[in-house]
Design a protein around this ligand. Structure first.
Ligand code: NAD
Length: 368
């Protein structure tokens, strides 16, 4: 490469692969050295977009100019592509979900460790602004200490594409969207998950789940409700959280939302009963005038760097990864617990590897 940017080959030049190409093109530390896709029309699309289209994966691995392999293929082939790249001395960025199972991820981490190369998973939704606003509220107790967090994504388009319908390729919504929502929660909440219950939905008649609900109980008392739906013609808010001093809502990715907190300056008054349906209620009456304060959402918490900047600094030995493999493994274990809870209609305990996060990071992320 003529520049001093880190050269990346994107393996799997589909929807996300081409989006990565665009994002990498906007970054100062990394650049696209080419792409490889099994399909000829995707290789042609890559060439048309101005990227070198490698004819085989062997050719990518044999090219000494390639420093990094970025994996944006369906999920079932992530592990093999990653392990081969690491063995060939390349660093790896892998799309989420990193693998089909925690066992596969452990194999990938061991390969990274053995090769002394970086393996970093693209858990990009840690950077989502809506999530970072919640993170800010969690950390600064904007509505008091949080005790309930509801995180939802709802669509009405069913399961998109082809391989996302196929179990053997790692399809289904728990692996697709669930991994993001669960990663966000475990990244934010510094506490062990003590139990999980869940159910998966198969409304559309696929082999794989078209949505799920999971309830996570954390050791610090937080309850999280996580829901993904693809049959929701009316959507519920992206976030709804309750703290001991108030509640907050974030409707959507455009950050429509508000917080409502207790007004300590107001005298405590009994609410006036209202007619509700055919009955009368004081309990469910709106708070009396002046007893609450409605405010705008706080600004989002900042992360130390962007994904690609951080990745570049990690392979240069200058920074710790923001997405650590030990954290990704923890999420993978949680996903497995959610599948097991749904399958057995049971509450699953003793699966969280929270303690393993501290104080040393796990194998595969040390920069040699
Ligand atoms: P896609 O079907 O649009 O693209 C996948 C591409 O990989 C296809 O062009 C296919 O031909 C190619 N491919 C399949 N097997 C291959 C192999 N062995 N070698 C080389 N190429 C191969 O899928 P997508 O929606 O782009 O998803 C790809 C990955 O990206 C998945 O892991 C998915 O979960 C992830 N993803 C992440 C995000 C995110 O926001 N982080 C968003 C979408 C997708």
């Amino acid at each position: 490469m003529s520049s001093n940017k880190h050269s990346i080959v994107i393996v799997g030049y589909g929807g996300m692969g081409s989006y990565h190409a665009q994002l990498i093109g906007e970054n100062d530390h990394v650049e696209v050295a080419g792409t490889f896709d099994l399909l000829e029309d995707r290789r042609n699309a890559s060439a048309k977009a101005g990227y070198k289209a490698y004819a085989s994966y062997e050719e990518v691995l044999a090219d000494p100019a390639v420093e990094v392999v970025l994996i944006a293929t369906p999920n079932d082939v992530h592990k093999d592509i990653a392990v081969r790249a690491l063995k060939a001395g390349k660093h790896v960025i892998c799309e989420k979900p990193v693998a089909m199972s925690s066992e596969e991820l452990k194999e990938m981490m061991a390969a990274a460790d053995k090769a002394g190369r970086v393996l970093m998973v693209h858990q990009n939704r840690r950077w989502d602004e809506d999530f970072r606003v919640i993170k800010q509220m969690y950390e600064s107790e904007t509505v008091g200490s949080l005790f309930q967090i509801e995180s939802r994504v709802h669509g009405a388009n069913g399961i998109p594409g082809d391989w996302r319908h196929v179990k053997a390729q790692g399809g289904g919504m728990l692996l697709d969207w669930g991994v993001h929502l669960l990663d966000q929660l475990l990244f934010m909440i510094d506490s062990k998950v003590v139990s999980v219950s869940s159910n998966l939905s198969y409304i559309l008649g696929n082999d794989v789940d078209d949505g799920f609900e999971a309830i996570l109980l954390f050791e610090n008392g937080i309850k999280a409700i996580v829901e993904v739906g693809t049959t929701n013609f009316i959507t519920l808010p992206r976030w709804y959280v309750k703290g001991i001093e108030g509640s907050a809502i974030i409707e959507d990715w455009s950050l429509n939302g508000r917080i409502v907190t207790r007004n300590h300056a107001s005298e405590r008054r009994e609410p006036t009963p209202i007619r509700a349906g055919v009955g009368l209620t004081k309990t469910m009456a709106p708070p009396s005038e002046g007893s609450t304060i409605t405010a705008a959402l706080p600004p989002a918490a900042e992360l130390p760097d962007s994904f690609y900047n951080n990745f570049a600094a990690v392979i240069e030995g200058k920074a710790e990864p923001i997405v650590k493999n030990s954290e990704v493994l923890r999420v993978q274990n949680l996903i497995e617990a959610i599948f097991a809870a749904a399958e057995n209609n049971a509450v699953i305990k003793d699966f969280d590897t929270y303690e393993d996060l501290k104080p040393v990071q796990s194998i595969g992320e040390a920069v040699k």
